[in-house]
Design a protein around this ligand. Structure first.
Ligand SMILES: *Cc1c(COP(=O)(O)O)cnc(C)c1O
Length: 380
């Protein structure tokens, strides 16, 4: 790869110093990718077959389901990706819509945007373990909101949720549910949330599921967590570069078509509908998601999820055997343990918060990598 960079005719116009910068960056990226267990990013992909597409200005401008005058893109594949997740998330057969986003955060922003258009006087509830980007999105959308406390495992405190909604019963309820929190991968139970809404006789509500981390595989495990449309979600956002894997950040948002229709606006300039957050949209990322979905199929993705769960169980067990108080949520691939020393956190790029750290057993993480981390941990 180094030689390719140096000898390609395109790079001949770069100065030797500039060329060297590219070579060094590539080396750094390689090394840092090898030791990478603290963030939920898959790196086991091979998209060589898609490389020819990098020669073209792919742009899925506008709504994926409405053809645009701009025709260099991957709309057909994007629609298949959206359909795949709509079905996986048990969206109503004749009432789903979605698009490939720039990541989970954009999908969450979209869900909140739809919720606000449907319930302009709504109050948003979300737990203190919610991803940091959600508060910014609420600020952007200028939506009133209340933070709900969490249980020790990171799951929303249902009692606090019920009491808080009760105090604001006159307002429509908008819930941002976590399907895998950032730190401990806790899942809020949408079934339990629906029961609270029923008990309080709340007529107007909207539930968005932030499935950025575990949404993509929650539908593939047993018992199936209560998180999707059949359980009561009105929209779901996932990240594409996490469980599926992609060289660039991306995601998918699935919503009800009838809700999306309320904000659709036709734009002559692009010949499509302006239903997405950004105008120009990445035309390459749908190809990556499509390729993996087609290559693995449901069974392959299930096996992928199973592998993650087995690695996580192994890590938890081995850490406990070493006398480290590791724990994880049910059916989670995130293993939590007391924050190790900085040297180890830097090498393995482990996030830390409130004295706790975690490893996330993404599909590419193997038992031998876990063993290497364990050796580092016992080497203090
Ligand atoms: C990663 C993550 C996000 C943000 O997703 P991006 O793809 O990084 O934009 C939001 N919520 C949770 C729970 C996440 O894990």
């Amino acid at each position: 790869m180094n030689t390719t960079l140096l000898s390609s005719s395109e790079n001949a116009i770069l100065s030797p110093t500039e060329n060297q910068m590219l070579v060094e960056l590539l080396e750094t990226v390689k090394v840092n990718t090898a030791y990478f267990m603290g963030y939920p990013v898959s790196k086991d992909f091979n998209y060589e077959a898609l490389m020819p597409f990098l020669q073209y200005p792919m742009n899925n401008l506008g709504d994926p389901f409405v053809p645009s005058t701009y025709a260099v893109g991957s709309r057909e594949m994007e629609k298949e990706v959206v359909q795949f997740f709509a079905e996986l998330f048990r969206a109503p057969a004749d009432d789903w819509w979605g698009y490939v986003t720039n990541g989970g955060s954009e999908g969450n922003l979209y869900g909140l945007y739809l919720a606000r258009e449907l319930h302009p006087k709504g109050m948003v509830y979300y737990s203190e373990a919610t991803h940091y980007s959600v508060q910014k999105n609420l600020h952007l959308l200028n939506m009133p909101n209340i933070v709900i406390s969490t249980q020790a495992n990171g799951e929303i405190d249902y009692e606090d949720l019920e009491n808080t909604i009760r105090m604001n019963r006159h307002m429509p309820v908008i819930i941002m549910a976590n399907i895998g929190t950032t730190m401990t991968e806790a899942r809020d139970d949408i079934g339990k949330i629906k029961l609270i809404l029923k008990k309080l006789a709340i007529k107007h509500y909207y539930i968005h599921a932030d499935g950025a981390l575990s949404g993509s595989y929650s539908a593939l495990i047993e018992p199936r967590p209560a998180f999707d449309f059949a359980d009561g979600a009105d929209s779901i956002a996932i990240s594409g570069h996490k469980f599926i894997g992609s060289p660039m950040p991306c995601g998918v948002v699935i919503a009800k078509k009838s809700n999306r229709d309320r904000i659709a606006r036709s734009v002559a300039y692009i010949g499509s509908m302006d239903t997405t957050i950004s105008g120009s949209r990445n035309g390459h990322s749908p190809l990556f998601l499509w390729y993996t979905i087609k290559k693995l199929g449901i069974e392959g993705l299930k096996a992928r999820a199973q592998h993650c769960l087995e690695t996580a169980a192994y890590a938890e067990l081995k850490l406990n055997e070493m006398g480290i108080e590791a724990w994880r949520n049910n059916n989670a691939i995130t293993v939590n343990f007391p924050e190790p020393e900085l040297r180890i956190r830097q090498k393995w790029q482990l996030a830390a918060e409130g004295g706790w750290s975690h490893i996330i057993c993404m599909p590419n993480v193997t038992q031998s990598q876990i063993d290497e981390l364990l050796a580092d941990l016992s080497d203090v």
